[in-house]
Design a protein around this ligand. Structure first.
Ligand code: THU
Length: 159
């Protein structure tokens, strides 16, 4: 029997260890999370991306009374980036989340569908996306590419 062992690398860093760009994106993600439309979950997520050309885009999650029709913050911001800047790779994605009314930041990590969407953007531009997720304790998860969050990912229809 063959056994595959896959390893992923996720850094846990203090804010002081982040780059200026990463810090700026996290601030954008925090700020936009306030504008989430999340009356059903009360979980307000902000996602910000840095494009290759230096442009920063951000979005929050937008829910629906028919729950599956709601859209995650990551999916919205990546969709907007692809629709409006089709020739620009996404370099960094930052996420922060908070429960409505809370002062403290919540634990957050992209859902499965968002991971697949992040993978698609990486495939599209042939460039891994660095990701930073704010943790409730003020530390930050950082990883270089979706492979660290999506082992055995589905990314090829031809082979
Ligand atoms: N959500 C996001 O927008 N991004 C994540 O990374 C996790 C979950 C949204 C979906 C839904 O509107 C709410 O948070 C609760 O799941």
């Amino acid at each position: 029997m063959e056994k595959l062992t896959q390893s992923n690398e996720i850094e846990v860093l203090t804010l002081a260890e982040l780059t200026e760009e990463e810090l700026q994106l996290l601030e954008k993600a925090k700020a936009i999370s306030v504008q989430a439309y999340a009356p059903y979950s009360n979980f307000q997520v902000g996602a910000a991306v840095l494009l290759e050309n230096g442009k920063i885009l951000q979005s929050s999650n937008q829910e629906n009374v028919s729950f599956p029709a709601g859209v995650c913050a990551e999916q919205l911001v990546l969709g907007y980036a692809g629709a409006n800047f089709p020739d620009q790779a996404v370099k960094i994605l930052a996420i922060a989340a908070r429960r409505t009314g809370d002062e403290v930041w919540a634990k957050v990590s992209p859902c499965g569908i968002c991971r697949q969407n992040i993978n698609e953007v990486e495939q599209r531009f042939k460039s891994p996306i660095r990701m930073v997720f704010l943790r409730p304790d003020g530390l930050v998860y950082r990883m270089e590419g979706i492979k660290h969050l999506l082992p055995l990912k589905f990314d090829d229809l031809t082979s």
